[in-house]
Structures are given as structure tokens and as C-alpha cells.
Ligand binder design. Sequence first.
Ligand code: ATP
Length: 466
Amino acid sequence: MNNNPNEIQASTTSMEEIVELCKRRGFIFHSSEIYGGLQGVYDYGPLGVELKNNLKNAWWKDMVHKRDDIEGLDSSILTHHMTLKYSGHEDTFSDPMVDCKKCKARLRADLLKDNACNNCGSKELTQAREFNLMFKCAFGPVQQDKDFVYLRPETAQSIFINFKNVLNTTARKLPFGIAQIGKSFRNEITARNFIFRTREFEQMEIEFFVKKDQAQSWHEQWIQNRLAWWQKQGLKKENLKLQHASIEDLAHYSSSTVDILYNFPHGFDELEGIANRSDYDLAAHSKNNNQLNIDATVQHNQDSNTALVFKDNDSPEVTPYVIEPSAGVDRGILAILTEAYTKESVGDGKERTVLKLAEHLAPYKIAVIPLARNNEKIVQKAQELASTIREYGTGRIKYEDSGNVGKSYRRHDEIGTPLCVTVDFETFEGDNETVTIRDRDTMLQKRIAICELLNLVEKGKFNNLF
Ligand code: ATP
């Protein structure tokens, strides 16, 4: 929970530029805006939901489909309070909070600069006290003290409590992992930096179960794997770095944690944590855990009805160690937008804003533009072409007739559409129908036969067009 983000130069793109673009183009809106907004809660708009789904799909494809040692899970958000009692969250999932006596702001004590209020600069602060971050809510129609659940603060715990279910139904042997993408909720003391720290967010987590003697090497492998994966999403190597958690900063379950930091507009800060959680979690949720041969110190569990252990043929039961790569979807989106956001001069003192998103992440893959909106033949051909491309399942294809072609190009530069295809008067000249295609990043244009374009797009080969 505790690290110090207040270091090093921030990226050159400002948070204001990103927030403004996100709102104006429909990526991300402040939640409940018409009622004054909910602090630290955001809604993803038409383009944001595409970008977010594309990121989650890329993760699922690479972490689950392209491997043969990870199973998926989609568990409930409402979480039994016993789960979060034995995980240690009820007692320790808290941040130190102070109040500013002058302006009454509530602040995270570990994120203060020079022991002064981040809001007004006053040094008159209360003593730090622990504030539990979990959302507790009533459960069922009869409201007694014991009838409550938590909104999960991480997706991890529901993976641990399903360990036996997955093991029994998939006949896995160690090492194997369980992956999950889903919402988590934390009542953050100070939600800030746009979608970096919010009260409702999504995580992409893997719990990878290994034998103890292989834990360290798997930890190393996962750090490298995840670092490479973020680069595949377009994040530059120089904007990523690893930070080893110091002993004081280690969470109660962790024997070692390495964070992947990204150079966000507010500075280098955590994008993903990769922890070696030892045998803490499975042991913590196991019945009779005082009889297990484990390394971690856990609370004696008197409520679980199962021992979450692994047994292979004649060898004795073991409580697996867990390596956990845990990434934030929203922080991923913020990093990707920060990296992609570019302002470029286009001559004559003019500038364009372009989102240089990796193609697989772009909300729209292609915009099809009719050069003349009042020419029936052109309009019809452009609509027909857009429908044909849609059928290939390449992703969202936008029929764009909201302005002249120059404005359409600028609009699609700004939202990261890799390719614009324009149907014009020349389309119908010659034996083969042709269109003008334009590349987002280089702004190069060329004429291509529609059949050739369709052939390449059907094969998903956008890159080969120029
Ligand atoms: P921090 O120290 O920034 O509070 P953390 O160490 O508590 O984060 P973890 O519990 O390791 O975070 O959660 C794993 C990942 O989930 C983080 O790396 C981050 O990407 C994401 N995450 C955690 N808290 C939030 C939040 N409040 N808003 C958005 N994403 C979050």
C-alpha cells in the first residue's frame, strides 16, 4: 500500500490535456456529473469502453488463451466477510489518515510532502490513525449486525477461495495459475490524479500457484513477462521501471514485491505490483491451518470447511506458494493515453493532436469517409464499404460523415483511429473501384483498389497498407 510516488520528473503530457481530451471525445466522464459528481468515480464513454475492452482482451488473450497453464475465473463482487477476515483485510487493509486542522482536508499520512497539508500547506495536522478502506454493505432483507458483505477490495481473494473448485474441475498440477479481470472497490482517503486512484476500479490479476522451491524463479519470470507485456501495449521502455518494495513497505502477506512504475503525468507511480505472497493466502483460508506445514504466520481458521492444499500422487500435501501479477486496468488506460498523446506541428504554424495508440487498442479501427455528403453514389458506396468491413469482425468501424474530410482526419487523429478510408469521385473511374487511404501516424495517403484493401483488412493486416 505504501510507496512514495513524489519523485522524478513527470511525463511531458499534462493531466489536464488528457482529462480534457477524454471528456471532449467521449473516453471518460466524471461519474454522476449532473448531480455534482462522485469524487474518485468515473464512467467510460463510447470510446473509453472500446479502449478498455481492447486492453482487457489483449491481457486475457496473452495471459490465458496463449498459455496452457492458466485458467480463468469470474467471481462475485459481493464478498463474504469471513473471506476478508481471514485474508487479514479486516485488520490491516487500511491507510494512515490525518486531518488538516486548518482546511479540514483528509489526507493520507504516507503521501504527505514535508509533513504539510497537500491542500493548504498548513503543518497543523492531527495524529495519524488507521482508516479501513473496505466498503461494507447490508446484505439481504433482514438487517442484523452479522448480515453484511464487503465489496471486494481486490479480485485476488475470490481466486484463493475458489482454488479447490478450479483444481478439482481442471485436474491441474503445479505450477498453474488462475486469472481474473473485474471490479474492485476501495474507499481511498484521497482519490486523485484522475483515473489513477479511484474508489471503484478494475484489476487484471493472476494468482500463479507454484512449489516453494520454484517461487523465486517464477517471481522473476513474471516480472519480465509483465514488463514486456506493457511494452507490447505501446509503453516505452524508458517510461517504465521496476521498484523493489522495502521491508517496511511490504504488505502483511508478501515476502517480496516488485512494482512496475510508469511515468504518469504526475510522475513515476505504480502501474502493477508483482508479489511473492508465499503460502499465506491458501493457508489463511484453510481449515485446521494450524496443522499445515507452512511458512507464513496466519490466523487459526475455525470457519473454513476445506484445506486449500495440493496433492500429487504419493507425495505429501503441500500448500502452494503464490506469485501474483496484479495490474490496474484504469491505470493501464491512463498510462496508454499518456504515452499515445502527441502534439505535432503540421506546417503553417498549425498543430495536430494525435493519439498514437497501438492498433489493437484503438477504439475505432477504420473510419470510412464519403468525400461529398450530398453525392448519393459516394455516400452509398462508403456505407456499403463500412458494412462490408464490419462483417470481418475487425473491431469498430466508423462511418464518418460529420464534417469535411480534413476535419474528419483531425478528429480521427485525436481519437487514435489508425486508418481513414475516403470514397471520392475517383473511386468510380477506371476498371476497379478505388479509395484513398490515410495513415494516422505518418499522414501518408495513397490510392488503393477496394478489393485489395478488403483482402488485407480481412486478414487483419492494417500495417501492410503503407
Ligand atoms: P497504491 O500503493 O497505489 O495504493 P496498491 O499497492 O495498494 O496501490 P495493489 O493492492 O497492489 O495496489 O493493487 C494492484 C493494482 O491495482 C495496482 O498496481 C493498481 O494498478 C491497481 N489499483 C489499486 N488501487 C487502485 C485505485 N484506488 N485506483 C485505481 N487502481 C488501483
